[in-house]
Structure formats: structure tokens, C-alpha cells
Design a protein around this ligand. Structure first.
Ligand code: ZN
Length: 399
């Protein structure tokens, strides 16, 4: 007998009926009116829309203040002020990295996110302590959400001798990718910074994810150098640029040329929608073959107090920022937060189909575009066949 039957649900394509779930996967789609199959448990979906699991391609689990008291934002607008402010605030927090990261993961789970890529600060002050905390949080939520970790040199590499060795140790201690950050703006050494990052990735057979806020020609040059190293080392498909704001303000001919260069090299791009900077040309990049996807970035932390870790709300925000209005564009925004993210990160592509992981959420919406427009609460969340969220909140395993 199958494990579970989720009855009375709808799909974006007009299907109405139920999903038979066994061993964490969807075993059958049963059309409304057909005899209900036998299962150990039946869940009434109340006619809600089932949406595929969400993927958050860019978080900072170690920085969050989730689950604790509100802390008024203190840093100045400059990136370096935020970096330095972090170092003053964190020693005064009375909750550990593991506690805070776990609280934010719970927000992700409650919103139907099945997979998270998080950056974790690796610096001279903290060493690998934040990595250890996030690894503990990841382990405590195994079976409810999967997590991959980027060892992130938030304070720079070349300007902080010793960080390169820490990055190398981080990827031998549980980090999955090597991170980087604005090679010229932070480190004033594009070659040194990128050579270090790519050398570790190549030596340890890891991927790369580089925060690139640099504007204009400075950012385009760094992006070009990232593509060059990706091609030279055969790392295509394993390299991501986070943000890539320089692409948003570039003229159309340069946008197209760089899109082709990134697609050919196998360099993807993750966006949170662009903040005050121009949004990268997401549709153009996708049409040129670049793996484009989305993430929440900072959520309730010392860099940004805004956010709740909801990737469906992130899709709404991307539509606002990119001026998406057509159904095709709203669907594209959803894919940035689900299927495209999974493809870029090498994860199973979320789908509600026979054989796929039974990972989905139920929402009150007519179809996917309406769900993106209003980002309704997740009434129920299943992860690999198990109920992990209800009414927008994580359901503890014992409940
Ligand atoms: Zn970030």
C-alpha cells in the first residue's frame, strides 16, 4: 500500500484530482472522479493549487538574526561599513550561528523551499566557526531541506593574508564551493583574487560562486576574467556569478556579447532582483543560454532587515523590479525561483509528475501566474513525501 494520497488538488495545467505518494516520490496522478487509491494516509487538499518546490540559490544563513529580537540596522550604506559592523555586532549576540541559521532554515521550510545555497563567511576573525555552525544547522534539518555551502571571503582574500588557506580548509571541512567577492573593488587585485579562488576550486574539484557588485566596465572586466578562467579550467556549469549588477546598466550590445560569453563558458547568474541597481537582463540571459536563477540573499540580518525567506515572494519582487506583467514573464519569474535554480545547482528539477520527488506546496491561487502575483501562504508543504510545513510554518518532525 502506498504511503499517502493527497486528494482534491489542482495543477497549473488544469489537472484536478490527487497525487499518490510512495517512498518520497509521486507514484501516480489520479484524475478527479476516478476511484481513490488505497494509501496509509489521505490528506485533503481542499481544492488548492499545488506548486513545485522552491529553490533559494543565494542566502547567508550565518548572518541572520531570524528567530531572535529585532535589531535596528546600524551599518552605513557602504559595503565595507557593513563588513566592519558585522564584526562589532556578532560577538554581542547571545544566540549561536547554529541557532540563528536553523531559525532561518525553518522559515525556508515553512515557505516550501526544498534546496538552499548559502554563503558562509570565512575570515581571519571567525576562521571556520561560522561554517561549523551552519553545518550543524544543515544536519539538524536534514530530510526537510537540502543545503549547499559556499565558503565566502566576505572581508577579501588578498587584503587579508591567511584567508586563502582558510578557504582551502573550508572546502575540505564541509563547504561545497569556493566563494569570491568583487576582485577589484574589495581586493584591488583581479588576477590575484580570481587566480586564488579558481586554483582552490580546481585543486579540490569544487564549484565557484562569486559575489559581483562591481558596476560598469569594472564589473564587466571581472566577469570576463571569470569566464576566461572557467573555460581554461573546464569548470563550465560549476561557476555562478551572484548579482552581476554591471550587466543591468550595460548597453544592449554589451549585454548580448556578455550573455553569449557566459553561456559559452558555462557561467550562471543568480539574482535577488537588483536592489537600487539595475536588474540584469534576466530574460535576455536566459534566451542566450545562461543558467539564470534567484535567491533571497540577506534575510533579517545585519546587512538587510527586510525579508522572510519566501521565494514565492521573491518571484513577486523580481516581477516588480524587472517590470514583468505578462503571464509568460510571471511564469519565468517562478522558474527562476524553482526549476531554473535546481538546474543551475545540479538538483532534481521540482515537478509534480510521476517519478518526481513529492516536494511541493499547496496554495490558494488559480494558477502559477496568480501565485506569483500574490505569493499566498503555503497551506501545506511536503518534502520528499513528508509534511514539513503548514500555514507557512515548519512542522516539527514529531508533530
Ligand atoms: Zn550575498
Amino acid at each position: 500500500m502506498a504511503d499517502c494520497f493527497v486528494a482534491n488538488v489542482r495543477l497549473d495545467d488544469g489537472f484536478a484530482g490527487g497525487f499518490l505518494i510512495d517512498k518520497g516520490r509521486i507514484a501516480a496522478l489520479v484524475t478527479a472522479g476516478a476511484p481513490a487509491p488505497h494509501a496509509k494516509q489521505t490528506i485533503d487538499g481542499h481544492g488548492l493549487l499545488a506548486i513545485p518546490a522552491l529553490v533559494d540559490g543565494h542566502m547567508h544563513l550565518d548572518k541572520t538574526l531570524a528567530g531572535g529580537p529585532w535589531l535596528a540596522h546600524q551599518a552605513e550604506p557602504q559595503r565595507m561599513s557593513r563588513i566592519e559592523t558585522d564584526k562589532k555586532i556578532w560577538p554581542m549576540l547571545n544566540r549561536s550561528v547554529e541557532q540563528r541559521a536553523t531559525a532561518l532554515l525553518d522559515w525556508c521550510i515553512g515557505h516550501g523551499t526544498a534546496h538552499v545555497r548559502t554563503h558562509v563567511d570565512v575570515d581571519l576573525e571567525g576562521g571556520l566557526s561560522k561554517l561549523e555552525g551552519v553545518l550543524a544547522a544543515k544536519a539538524s534539518r536534514a530530510g526537510e531541506v537540502t543545503v549547499e555551502i559556499v565558503a565566502f571571503p566576505q572581508s577579501g582574500i588578498m587584503r587579508c593574508p591567511g584567508v586563502a588557506d582558510l578557504l582551502d580548509r573550508a572546502v575540505q571541512s564541509g563547504a561545497d564551493l569556493v566563494g569570491g567577492l568583487d576582485p577589484l573593488e574589495i581586493d584591488r587585485d583581479v588576477k590575484g583574487h580570481l587566480d586564488t579562488v579558481f586554483e582552490i576550486a580546481d585543486h579540490r574539484a569544487k564549484g565557484v560562486d562569486i559575489h559581483l557588485h562591481e558596476p560598469g566596465e569594472m564589473g564587466l572586466h571581472s566577469l570576463d576574467q571569470i569566464c576566461e578562467r572557467t573555460t581554461a579550467l573546464g569548470l563550465g556549469g560549476k561557476v555562478t556569478v551572484s548579482h552581476g549588477f554591471c550587466l543591468g546598466s550595460a548597453p544592449p550590445d554589451k549585454q548580448k556579447a556578455m550573455a553569449d560569453r557566459m553561456a559559452k563558458a558555462g557561467v550562471g547568474l543568480v539574482t535577488h532582483g537588483g536592489a537600487v541597481w539595475a536588474v540584469p537582463p534576466l530574460e535576455l540571459l536566459h534566451e542566450h543560454g545562461v543558467l539564470v536563477f534567484a535567491g533571497n540573499d540577506d534575510v533579517r540580518d545585519t546587512w538587510n532587515p527586510i525579508g522572510n525567506a519566501d521565494m514565492l515572494e521573491r518571484a513577486t519582487m523580481i516581477c516588480w523590479r524587472a517590470d514583468y506583467r505578462r503571464d509568460t514573464q510571471l511564469r519565468f519569474a517562478f522558474e527562476l525561483c524553482s526549476g531554473h535554480g535546481a538546474r543551475a545547482l545540479g538538483q532534481p528539477v521540482p515537478a509534480i509528475a510521476v517519478g518526481a520527488d513529492a516536494s511541493f506546496a499547496l496554495v490558494e491561487a488559480e494558477h502559477i501566474p496568480a501565485a506569483v502575483a500574490g505569493h499566498p501562504r503555503r497551506e501545506l508543504v511536503l518534502h520528499r513525501g513528508r509534511v514539513v510545513g503548514r500555514d507557512g510554518k515548519r512542522v516539527p518532525a514529531a508533530a
